[in-house]
Ligand binder design. Structure first.
Ligand SMILES: [Ca+2]
Ligand SMILES: [Ca+2]
Length: 322
């Protein structure tokens, strides 16, 4: 019986994960992929700044709104004071450990955010932060940044005493992909025990030996914003921002990209979910307690399908109704 319940719960789970929106640039899987282990924070951008993994909820700044995302909705940044501030919760203090940060990003334009902040448009584009946990000052000396640089490549960099985000330095890895507007990119940055790496659309594009770096875990985390000497703003959409407390493998990053619009599954495994169902004795069954009644009827077996559907619906509400 539990297997049947597990199967139905799994079906509901797959149906929920099967919402697919059109996007010519990404895979079109019809089911979600389980999130890799080690997920600390996950901000889906689905109508709120909620962290659905560990409660590190962000706050919307400057009128940040929501637009069509790659997976459901995304944070939509108008390039004029918009960003998400998360603060500096203890479980995002990952300076001493491995970590991975990833997100989908789509630029309205590569230049000229309406709220242009001077000093950040040195190249063909402007700096546009994706996820930032670098101390404001001195410049790029403490923490980490994932951004589209003004050269329109994606950069991941760590703090260093001599400016950690600079072309050619040991603390910066740079994509070969050159960003274009109105295209969704999956961007992942990995700090491992041996290397730092950047992946675009599931493929590794640059990797360097882990350098000496500075990260005192003192900086707050922003989505779409970098403060300090060269303040800059995202102009476009950022979706499904995640931070893991370990270095994801290349296949794990590829799987997130391959899931495309189906995204990652917002549930535990069916086995773990079943384990969370309450114990209800058949004697407690009554019409006034339909959930208990469902379990009671299981013993009879005749109404097993109805029972399982009721339990499955309750289970789905409990797990995904937030
Ligand atoms: Ca989303
Ligand atoms: Ca604004």
């Amino acid at each position: 019986m539990l297997l049947l319940l597990a199967a139905l719960a799994t079906c509901g789970f797959l149906l929920i994960g099967a919402t697919v929106t059109a996007n010519s640039m990404v895979p079109m899987l019809t089911s979600c992929t389980p999130p890799p282990s080690g997920l600390v924070s996950w901000w889906p951008g689905d109508g709120s700044a909620e962290d659905i993994t560990d409660g590190n909820d962000g706050t919307l700044q400057g009128g940040t709104s929501f637009g069509a995302g790659l997976v459901g909705q995304a944070f939509s940044f108008d390039g004029s004071a918009d960003f998400v501030a998360v603060g500096n919760p203890a479980n995002l203090h990952l300076g001493a450990s491995d970590f991975t940060v990833d997100a989908w990003v789509n630029f309205d334009l590569l230049v000229s955010p309406p709220g242009f902040l001077s000093g950040v448009c040195f190249g063909p584009g402007c700096d546009m932060p994706i996820v930032n946990k670098m101390a404001a000052l001195p410049l790029n000396r403490d923490g980490w940044r994932l951004l589209k640089q003004s050269d329109n490549h994606f950069w991941f960099c760590l703090g260093s005493p001599s400016n950690g985000c600079d072309g050619g330095v040991a603390t910066t890895v740079r994509s070969t992909t050159i960003a274009a507007p109105d295209v969704w990119y999956h961007v992942a940055a990995v700090k491992g025990s041996q290397t730092i790496s950047i992946y675009i659309d599931g493929a590794p594009e640059d990797s360097k030996p882990l350098p000496s770096f500075v990260d005192t875990d003192s900086a707050g985390l922003f989505i779409g914003y970098y403060e300090g000497f060269e303040p800059s703003l995202m102009y476009g959409r950022v979706d499904e921002v995640e931070i893991f407390d370990r270095a994801l493998t290349s296949p794990e990053i590829q799987a997130i990209y391959n899931a495309g619009a189906a995204g990652k599954c917002k549930s535990p495994s069916p086995v773990g979910g079943i384990a969370e169902l309450p114990d209800v004795a058949p004697a407690q069954a009554s019409w006034a307690n339909p959930r208990a009644g469902s379990y009671g009827a299981l013993a009879g077996g005749a109404a097993a399908v109805v029972v399982v559907l009721v339990a499955g619906a309750w289970y789905a509400r409990r797990r995904w109704g937030r």
